[in-house]
Ligand binder design. Structure first.
Ligand code: IPE
Ligand code: IPE
Ligand code: MG
Length: 246
């Protein structure tokens, strides 16, 4: 077993990493409030954390990182906050398009992008297109994503295929249905991390996390460090995944 060891660094078996880690990037608003800053400053800081953690996840050898950036419920927030988040996403994606050749991080988007601005939609498509050929690591960004919304969309698309005679409901398997999800082709998450102290799923990856291990921490997302990720992975490595067996 090869161990990654630094002083005070959690011991992680780097040869048995989870393949797919998913993170609910929560706590930006509280992080800002504690500093007397506007909530939007927390979102800006959270975007930097994403950049750092995605690069680190790639470097240590994870295959997939899926992050929850904006939920189908987040439209309920004040218009100014939603606009600020959308602006940050545009800025981040513009920079990503420029730096992609260097970072070689393959990116995909999960969620219904149609209510986003045409510019943001175009940036998402461009990012996916440019990084399509990259191999070895993939970051999935959940944007206007909701787990229930995803399942309902899958059901609709599947029903349409049945009506067209392309599918037969008597032969539907879990794998067939999974192929109608935004996550088609991506293995289920092994580890789902939620920072910020909330202990709930908030409509994230409901279908895919059926057998995920969960890790909760009080750390707020902008403060989430590489060491926090290692702590979560070390904790994960002590779990016994039984999938209903013994
Ligand atoms: C997560 O941080 C970012 C989004 C949901 C877009 P929050 O904005 O929810 O931060 P808190 O939970 O209010 O601290
Ligand atoms: C979940 O965080 C969504 C994202 C991080 C994008 P929320 O802050 O929206 O979740 P609730 O409202 O506390 O459940
Ligand atoms: Mg929150």
């Amino acid at each position: 077993m090869a161990f990654f060891k630094r002083q005070h660094t959690p011991q992680v078996d780097m040869e048995h990493l989870p393949r797919h880690v998913a993170i609910i990037m929560d706590g930006n608003g509280r992080w800002a409030k504690r500093r007397g800053l506007p909530r939007t400053a927390g979102h800006a800081s959270g975007a930097e954390t994403f950049r750092r953690i995605a690069t680190y996840a790639k470097n240590i050898g994870l295959d997939y990182l899926t992050v929850y950036a904006f939920s189908t419920e987040n439209w309920k927030r004040p218009r100014e906050e939603v606009e600020a988040i959308m602006k940050l996403l545009e800025k981040y994606l513009c920079e990503a398009v420029e730096s992609m050749a260097r970072d070689r991080i393959k990116m995909a988007f999960f969620g219904d992008l149609s209510p986003l601005s045409p510019r943001l939609q175009a940036l998402c498509r461009e990012t996916e297109e440019i990084s399509k050929g990259y191999e070895g690591f993939q970051a999935n960004i959940c944007l206007n994503y909701g787990g229930r919304d995803e399942i309902v969309r899958a059901a609709r698309a599947y029903a349409a295929d049945c009506l067209e005679g392309r599918a037969d409901p008597n032969h539907l398997t879990e794998a067939d249905f999974g192929a109608y999800m935004f996550s088609r082709g991506v293995p289920d998450p092994d580890l789902v991390i939620r920072p910020s102290g909330e202990v709930r799923i908030s409509n994230f990856l409901l279908w895919q996390s059926a057998y995920a291990e969960f890790y909760f921490t009080d750390v707020l997302w902008p403060d989430f460090s590489e060491k926090e990720l290692l702590k979560a992975i070390a904790d994960y490595q002590h779990r016994s995944r039984r999938y209903g067996g013994v």
